[in-house]
Ligand binder design. Structure first.
Ligand code: ADP
Length: 187
């Protein structure tokens, strides 16, 4: 597996994530919240598809294993320089939680916290193994804090290169340019 970094807008990524996760939230009293620090830069260079895949996996699990309460996706800045920013991503839920003795097992692949989980919730037991690999590939470590019955928090820190003014302008023009090109082809 190799990374495929491109310029991206973090707000767009989160908007799409919200749409995807909300489809599984219609039938239960669970609120999905995004908390993104004002200090977090929005224009970044990184593997947006892989980052999105990890957040969909973690957010999807958080929604799946929470019957009521909240799923909160937080992003804050840990560290920064003129060209780079280290961002802390966390996906927190008020769901069933994971017993301590199962916490390391669930990252190994094809493993679920309880034998009964497959029947109750479905799933393959692969999402976390893949997410952990992807976070490592992007230079971070996927970590977990959880208590049985008291919810879970999965988190990781990744460093991104910031876009310069010209790259930001190009990114902002890209969708418009594509639409214009498509319109011209139609004429
Ligand atoms: P899947 O969700 O397909 O079973 P995952 O690898 O994503 O596979 O998760 C493995 C197991 O870890 C799940 O079956 C569940 O037991 C546990 N788990 C993952 N995320 C959560 C969560 N947010 N709350 C409670 N348990 C979780």
């Amino acid at each position: 597996m190799e990374l495929d970094p491109t310029p991206f807008n973090l707000d767009n990524l989160l908007r799409d994530l919200g749409v995807i996760l909300a489809t599984n939230l219609t039938h239960k009293p669970v609120a999905l919240r995004f908390e993104v620090g004002d200090e977090v830069p929005r224009y970044l260079f990184g593997d947006t598809m892989r980052l999105q895949q990890v957040l969909i996996n973690l957010g999807g699990n958080a929604v799946k294993f929470t019957e009521r309460g909240n799923v909160v996706i937080c992003i804050s800045q840990n560290n920064n320089s003129a060209e780079k920013s280290a961002l802390l991503f966390s996906v927190q839920d008020s769901g069933i939680g994971i017993a301590e003795e199962n916490q390391s097992k669930i990252f190994s692949g094809f493993t679920q916290a309880e034998a009964s989980t497959t029947r109750r919730f479905g799933g393959t037991g692969l999402g976390l193994a893949i997410s952990r690999k992807l976070v490592e590939l992007m230079g971070g470590t996927l970590q977990l804090e959880s208590q049985l019955g008291a919810g879970s928090r999965f988190y990781f820190t990744l460093e991104f290169t910031l876009l310069n003014a010209q790259q930001i302008e190009q990114l902002n023009q890209a969708p418009q340019a594509q639409t214009q090109a498509a319109a011209q082809r139609l004429h």
